[in-house]
Design a binder for this molecule. Structure first.
Ligand code: NAD
Length: 290
């Protein structure tokens, strides 16, 4: 069996096309404020990608690039100002933050209605009690990608490898709400293979290149590879290449569907950010509470 590729770029284009059409019909345009602290190269790339996509869709992006040694209090003041700015609909603080800044304090300072990443405790709480308002972008993207296969997932066994706040944990909740049976594995799980081999749907969000080998996969599984790993290699033009957590070349022979890296979860995650920004716009402009 050779798996079909879940083409993240194509899925993202479809979502963005619909969003663009909706945004074209608005007289006031949605505005997303993005805060970047310090000079993390990966964060710079992610923010630039978000800026390009916002521009294409007609979303105004206000970018705040702040120095690495910024005081936490200054960042809190900026968030407060953006919370009160009626022209700003969404606020995103690019993570990770420098170690002297408390990430939790910063996320909690964002007005939940403008929390397009969905990381605020109120939004996480809503997600966990089954009434999500802003679903975090990557978990939301993963569900969209699984749904793109048109395979009924109700009653299937989903195994998630990774239990982070931003990917593993919330995607497990979303999959539960889609009536799958969910197993979460993590760094302390004994005999990972015993679990992954049982997965009808396998979501891997760890950050270890090629952690998941062919013999860890059930025949015909849907495999979503969230991991993004940068491998230094001077034979590549950029001096490195990107790969996921799944041994794609081998696993493709056993799975029914598989998402590639790059070109898989990443582009759909950005499309979901645009979708959440439009949702925030409607909440703010129509004065609705969360
Ligand atoms: P994280 O470091 O916060 O969490 C990693 C998780 O993996 C932890 O829960 C840990 O318990 C688990 N883990 C570590 N070693 C393990 C092992 N040997 N076996 C099983 N589980 C193990 O990471 P994260 O923020 O969830 O990101 C995970 C990966 O996904 C990273 O490569 C990141 O770059 C990528 N990512 C991609 C996107 C995207 O849009 N494409 C978005 C977010 C994260």
């Amino acid at each position: 069996m050779t798996a079909k590729i879940i083409d993240g770029k194509k899925i993202a284009e479809g979502i963005k096309e619909k969003l663009k059409f909706q945004i074209e019909g608005l007289t006031i345009k949605p505005c997303l404020a993005v805060i970047l602290v310090g000079n993390n190269p990966a964060s710079n790339v992610y923010v630039n990608m978000k800026e390009i996509e916002c521009t294409k869709l007609g979303i105004i992006l206000k970018k705040y690039c702040l120095k690495e040694n910024l005081l936490e209090e200054k960042l809190l003041n900026l968030i407060k100002a953006l919370n009160n700015d009626v022209h700003v609909h969404g606020i995103l603080v690019q993570l990770p933050l420098p170690s002297h800044i408390d990430e939790f304090n910063i996320i909690e300072a964002i007005e939940p209605k403008k929390d397009v990443d969905g990381f605020h405790a109120i939004n996480m709480g809503c997600l966990f009690i089954g009434t999500p308002k802003f679903e975090p972008c990557t978990p939301k993207a993963i569900i969209e990608m699984i749904n793109s296969t048109n395979i009924t997932i109700e009653g299937k066994h989903a195994v998630i490898v990774g239990r982070s706040k931003i990917v593993g944990n919330p995607v497990a909740q979303l999959l539960l709400q889609h009536n799958t049976t969910v197993t979460i594995c993590h760094s302390k799980t004994h005999d990972l293979k015993e679990y992954t081999k049982q997965a009808d749907i396998l979501v891997v969000a760890v950050g270890i290149p090629h952690l998941i080998k062919e013999d860890m996969i059930k025949e015909g599984a849907i495999v979503i590879d969230v991991g993004v790993n940068r491998i230094e290699d001077i034979t590549y033009k950029k001096g490195y290449y990107l790969c996921g957590d799944v041994d794609f070349e081998k696993v493709i022979n056993k799975a029914s569907y598989i998402s590639p890296v790059p070109g898989g979860v990443g582009p759909v995650t950005i499309a979901m950010l645009m979708s959440n920004t439009l949702k925030a716009y409607h909440l703010i402009e129509n004065g609705k509470a969360i």
